[in-house]
Design a protein around this ligand. Structure first.
Ligand SMILES: Nc1ncnc2c1ncn2[C@@H]1O[C@H](COP(=O)(O)OP(=O)(O)OP(=O)(O)O)[C@@H](O)[C@H]1O
Length: 257
């Protein structure tokens, strides 16, 4: 293994592939047999009403909640065996409150570099310079370069969301998973997110995001999957003319990639 990327990654395996995914919470099925393949370069929005299972689906894709039945793989490996975490950037719904120690914006964003570190070797001077440059780029990309020394917990909800996005950007992953990046976020932060996503999409990165409404993100989305009561109710993909088409009820969500 080099730099956290295992030699066993299966060439050509998609970022995510779930088959018949079932999740139970408190004895209740909250995901009921979801099939979802996310291809490299997809910018996929997971839509649906409150409680439909959107957050549960992204957490299950990442192995953060276990499947009661079915199977899911990240780049061809079940989450428990997957070792290429530097390839995956996760943006949770909100900044977890730390144990009383306030972190600066820069410290939170710099933590996004940790998965890139070798577990065995101390960071080289060149690595540290690359870390600093990546953190600077990430802060710049979300418009928070001027807030680097501020306490992250004192920022607005929208700015905290941008800090979390910058943390994922700093890790320079291949795939971004964002849980409601636009929820309760001010217009300036939504515009900053749309610009950031445009850059990621243009660079061929894969994005999976949960949203209630797409708003300014809509033109960037290449596929949608809509959940209802833990099942895929509808899905669509952008066709050659740029229109979203192909919504179907109850069928498997496949990627053209
Ligand atoms: N830790 C948990 N324990 C028990 N039930 C849970 C847990 N997490 C989620 N659920 C339940 O699972 C269902 C799906 O929740 P989930 O958060 O995935 O939905 P969602 O579509 O993301 O909703 P929202 O848009 O409100 O965030 C809901 O009924 C929720 O109450």
């Amino acid at each position: 293994m080099t730099d956290g990327v295992p030699a066993t990654d299966r060439a050509g395996a998609p970022p995510f592939a779930m088959t018949g995914g079932v999740v139970r919470r408190d004895g209740r099925e909250v995901l009921s047999g979801v099939d979802l393949r996310v291809g490299a370069g997809d910018v996929l929005a997971i839509l649906g009403p409150n409680g439909a299972g959107k957050s549960t689906l992204v957490k299950a894709l990442l192995g953060l909640v276990p499947l009661a039945a079915g199977r899911t793989e990240i780049y061809g490996e079940p989450p428990a065996r997957f070792r290429g975490w530097r390839r995956v950037g996760y943006v949770p719904q909100r900044l977890p409150m730390g144990g009383g120690v306030p972190s600066t914006v820069r410290e939170v964003v710099a933590s996004g570099r940790i998965a890139r570190r070798s577990r065995w070797l101390p960071a080289l001077v060149t690595d540290r310079a690359a870390d600093r440059a990546a953190v600077d780029r990430a802060l710049e990309a979300v418009g928070l370069a001027g807030r680097a020394r501020d306490s992250a917990h004192l920022l607005s909800g929208g700015q905290q969301q941008r800090v979390l996005i910058a943390r994922a950007l700093a890790g320079e992953p291949d795939v971004f998973v964002m849980d409601e990046p636009t929820a309760g976020v001010d217009a300036a932060s939504q515009a900053a997110l749309a610009a950031t996503l445009r850059g990621l999409a243009d660079a061929g990165r894969t994005v999976v995001l949960v949203a209630h409404e797409l708003g300014p993100l809509e033109p960037l989305i290449t596929r949608t999957v809509e959940l209802e009561h833990g099942r895929v109710a509808r899905e669509s993909a952008r066709d050659m003319t740029g229109r979203m088409t192909g919504s179907t009820a109850g069928s498997a969500a496949g990627s053209a990639a």
